[in-house]
Design a protein around this ligand. Structure first.
Ligand code: DC
Length: 637
């Protein structure tokens, strides 16, 4: 459950959003089939692209992924792939499932493909029929035309193919992507009322950049020559679908956002969303490598076909209630086959918020209104969770039931959303107190909270609570996923000096030597930090401010805090104080403190550091009240 805090002020933000999922997954396929190496920069690291990387590795392809640098280096195979030993697992990723299936045409052994329940329920029929026409044998282990299945391309016969485009453009894209590696040239004819055509343009544009020859002889007829691909360095654009949420938020709140890494030459169809916002009254400025959207007045209603950019239909729905007139989206009946039935999901959830919304044969209609608070079901669909988060920025009490599904395409989504709140955070009465273990932060923070009549939050106790739960669950403190998952399901509350974790009183346990010895490892986990940061920000925003004490409050959690204080003391003095408190041996404590200081200051995510405009107070030779007075003087100026 994630409660969405509303914006206090119109945003004014420049954002570096992650790379495009569609481009990353196409590039991974092409690079794997290419001759020579490819280096991808600004690649997306999310569930869908990690699914693709794992599947491609099963074909014996060497892929070096560097997440902090956002690069992926692929050693191409020139279309000569090993047969995977085990069944491929595509997780929930539609592009992975569809782009992987035609690879079977390049392999003379059976390959098995499977994935999560959600992808098992999504249709693949048109693509499988086309592969079957090419001589690929298909055997189903479950429902016909659905995953799980086994493909065998031993009897490949290249011939021209007609394929329907009215369910998904990914079928044709998938076939086009492997075609340069087929033994002969091949022609595809796209039939029916094809959807999402810009994605086919994107596929062809990318194929050509890697040396493929694709001829478009007449509309909807594509001939690919057996040239293979040539590896190269390739920079990935910012994801336009992810950007749509931020453009929408700026336009509807009369704020401003600038998104870097995408511009006038974008190959992503979803970039067309800014034209819709422009027609509704927003101001849009497109540069070579950035796009700025600002809201001028209340947005107008619109009637619009979103056939070419249907992934952004939920984004438009999210801002529709706040427009001055009706919003009607047409031509998107096919989005019932996405991660969820998106028309039904949008309409059902809007109604829960008291908004007049209805489904139509091929789209939806939303009338103006002020959403009331309620819990939104995300249907395990990242786009529903992200869209209703944007809606929640202008309403009170919107809660997303399963916010983590955003990890499919944008794991850091909520961190970016928080950037939109930075302006508003300036208005909070936040006193941020950071410093190393034993520097006197806690006593100082408690005293100052009393003096200032603000509430106090010990963020270290939150990391300690996670550590206590990790110990109780007998989990390796450095196991990224498991520890993140524990954090996600933890409910921490404070009652005076007492700390309750999932309703258990753990006040004592969180200060135990066992917790002391692992807490720094737990606190170095970026997944844990992201979740606790979110909780800390929300805590203060709901109270209009507070005294927060920790390691990264001034540097990361509230960089616009009213006052930032960095408290320090010599390690010996800190050990001496802890020894007086606990009666334990001072030398032992000194070792412990020095070890924790080292881990806290050297971790990659939010290391302990003195924030730029913090006041630094050395408490070694000062009394508590001397230090408190010094801070109060600075807070009250
Ligand atoms: O302040 P403390 O000793 O209770 O903190 C416990 C651990 O949590 C410590 O290793 C640092 C870490 N921590 C952090 O990384 N960020 C915070 N905001 C607070 C604590």
């Amino acid at each position: 459950m994630l409660r969405i805090d509303s914006l206090r002020k119109a945003p004014n933000a420049e954002l570096q959003l992650p790379g495009s999922k569609s481009i990353t997954n196409r590039a991974l396929i092409i690079a794997s089939l290419a001759e020579g190496t490819t280096s991808l920069s600004r690649a997306l690291f999310a569930e869908d692209t990690l699914a693709m990387i794992d599947c491609l590795k099963s074909f014996g392809i060497s892929i070096e992924a560097n997440q902090p640098m956002e690069t992926i280096d692929v050693t191409g195979t020139n279309g000569k792939l090993d047969a995977p030993q085990d069944s491929l697992w595509v997780r929930q990723s539609g592009t992975t499932a569809r782009f992987i299936l035609p690879i079977s045409a390049l392999i003379t052994a059976p390959i098995q493909v499977d994935g999560d329940a959600q992808i098992r329920s999504r249709p693949q029929e048109d693509l499988l029929r086309a592969l079957n026409q090419l001589g690929v044998e298909v055997a189903y282990s479950g429902e016909p035309s659905h995953l799980p299945l086994t493909l065998n391309g031993s009897n490949l016969k290249v011939k021209d193919i007609k394929i329907s485009g009215d369910t998904s453009s990914q079928y044709l894209s998938a076939l086009l992507l492997v075609s340069p590696c087929l033994p002969q040239k091949i022609t595809f004819t796209l039939e029916g009322n094809a959807v999402s055509l810009p994605y086919i343009d994107m596929t062809i544009e990318m194929m050509r950049s890697f040396g493929a020859i694709v001829e478009i002889d007449e509309p909807n007829t594509f001939t690919v020559h057996p040239t293979g691909y040539t590896g190269r360095d390739y920079e990935i654009e910012t994801d336009a679908s992810t950007a749509s949420y931020f453009f929408a938020a700026a336009a509807v709140s009369q704020g401003r956002v600038v998104i870097d890494g995408i511009g006038e030459n974008s190959i992503q169809g979803d970039i067309g969303f800014i034209n819709i916002l422009e027609q509704m009254g927003a101001k849009v400025t497109i540069g070579a490598d950035s796009i700025e959207v600002s809201g001028q007045n209340q947005l107008k209603g619109i009637e619009v076909s979103m056939r070419e950019l249907s992934d952004t239909a939920p984004t438009l729905a999210a801002i529709a209630p706040y427009c001055s007139g009706t919003v009607r989206v047409t031509d998107i009946g096919f989005i019932k086959n996405k991660e969820s039935d998106r028309v039904s999901a949008v309409v059902t959830e809007m109604k829960k918020l008291g908004i007049d919304a209805r489904a139509e044969e091929d789209g939806f209609v939303i009338e103006p209104g002020m959403p009331i608070g309620n819990v939104i079901h995300s249907y395990d669909d990242h786009r529903i969770a992200m869209a209703f988060t944007v809606l929640g920025l202008l309403a009170e009490g919107v809660v997303i039931d399963d916010a983590n599904c955003v990890a499919k395409t944008c794991p850091e989504f909520y961190e970016h959303i928080d950037t939109l709140r930075l302006e508003g955070d300036e208005e909070l009465a936040i006193l941020a107190i950071d410093g190393p273990a034993g520097s006197g932060k806690s006593s100082l923070a408690k005293l100052l909270a009393q003096e200032l009549q603000l509430e106090y939050l010990d963020t270290g106790a939150m990391y300690r609570s996670v550590a206590a739960e990790v110990i109780a669950a007998n989990i390796d403190p450095e196991a990224y996923r498991e520890v993140t998952q524990i954090t996600d399901n933890i409910d921490i509350s404070f009652n005076g000096q007492e700390v309750f974790v999932n309703a258990k009183n753990l006040t004592k346990q969180i200060r135990s030597p066992e917790v002391n010895s692992i807490v720094s490892y737990v606190a170095a986990n970026p997944g844990v930090r992201a979740i606790l940061r979110r909780a800390q920000r929300s805590w203060a925003r709901q109270r209009g401010g507070g005294v927060l004490e920790g390691r990264d409050i001034g540097s990361v959690v509230f960089p616009k805090a009213k006052l930032k204080v960095y408290v320090t003391a010599t390690p010996e003095e800190r050990a001496h104080r802890r020894s007086l408190e606990s009666g334990r041996d001072m030398k032992e404590i000194l070792n412990e403190i020095q070890e924790r200081d080292e881990i806290d200051s050297s971790r990659t995510d939010s290391p302990l550091s003195v924030s730029s405009n913090a006041i630094v107070v050395d408490t070694t030779d000062k009394t508590l009240s001397e230090v408190a007075n010094e801070v109060l003087r600075n807070f009250n100026v």
